[in-house]
Design a protein around this ligand. Structure first.
Ligand SMILES: [Zn+2]
Ligand SMILES: [Zn+2]
Length: 221
């Protein structure tokens, strides 16, 4: 009889895997990498697309992911309080929205809102906020992850090959252990329940193989 395969959660948080994040360029779709280093609790982070030259830098406070537009004002016609804007705006593949542009020109893109009382439209000035979505986006600039697979049970994603390997070791293990000091903030302990189910193991391992295979391709589709 063979020994059971063990996995021991060594206590790494998801941020431990975030120093190199494999992404797709939001402008041209080519594969790229976000490189980050953490010092004194601050990330210094850079993305440069080798194909279209799109750049993002943490010192400039850049954000290339989706944003939430927030604003309100009274109706400009009947004075009805309030007309609200609270919506997520996705960046299309062709245009990247940099948050710092919004911050410099907060009223650059007002949103027309129809009054529920008098039915006339007023322009509402908006502020943009980063819309952080851990499912499938890089945590630094909000770029779409390259290593992402939609399975029948849920969305599987990884930042890089080390992240894939750690997930594979965990999923393949017959016995899963945790150091008592690891706590409940580790990457492994935060995985959704469906990933931990034995009946999903074979499906998960195949999906992880497909993720790893994407790294063999020089260009992301
Ligand atoms: Zn590009
Ligand atoms: Zn009105």
């Amino acid at each position: 009889m063979s020994e059971p395969v063990r996995h021991r959660d060594g206590g790494l948080w998801l941020t431990s895997f975030a120093e190199r994040v494999e992404v797709s360029c939001p402008r041209c779709g080519h594969a790229g990498v976000v490189r980050a280093s953490l010092a004194q609790r601050r990330w210094t982070t850079v993305f440069r697309c080798a194909h279209c030259r799109l750049q993002a830098h943490s010192e400039r406070d850049d954000w290339l992911g989706q944003v939430r537009l927030i604003g309100r004002r009274p109706c400009g016609y009947c004075g009805h309080q309030w007309l609200y804007v609270n919506q997520v705006q996705r960046t299309s593949g062709a245009i990247a929205i940099a948050l710092n542009e919004y911050q410099q020109r907060p009223s650059a893109d007002p949103v027309a809102v129809r009054c529920p009382i008098c039915r006339r439209s007023s322009e509402v000035a908006v502020q943009a906020q980063r819309e952080r979505d851990r499912e499938g986006h890089d945590p630094h600039f909000g770029l779409p992850l390259r290593l992402i697979e939609r399975t029948r049970a849920g969305l599987l994603w990884a930042y890089n090959i080390e992240h894939i390997d750690e997930l594979r070791r965990y999923i393949a293990a017959d016995q899963r252990e945790r150091y008592r000091t690891a706590g409940n903030k580790t990457m492994i302990s935060r995985l959704p329940t469906w990933m931990k189910l034995a009946r999903h193991r074979a499906m998960m391992l195949k999906a992880l193989d497909r993720l790893a295979a994407k790294l063999e391709q020089p260009r992301a589709s």
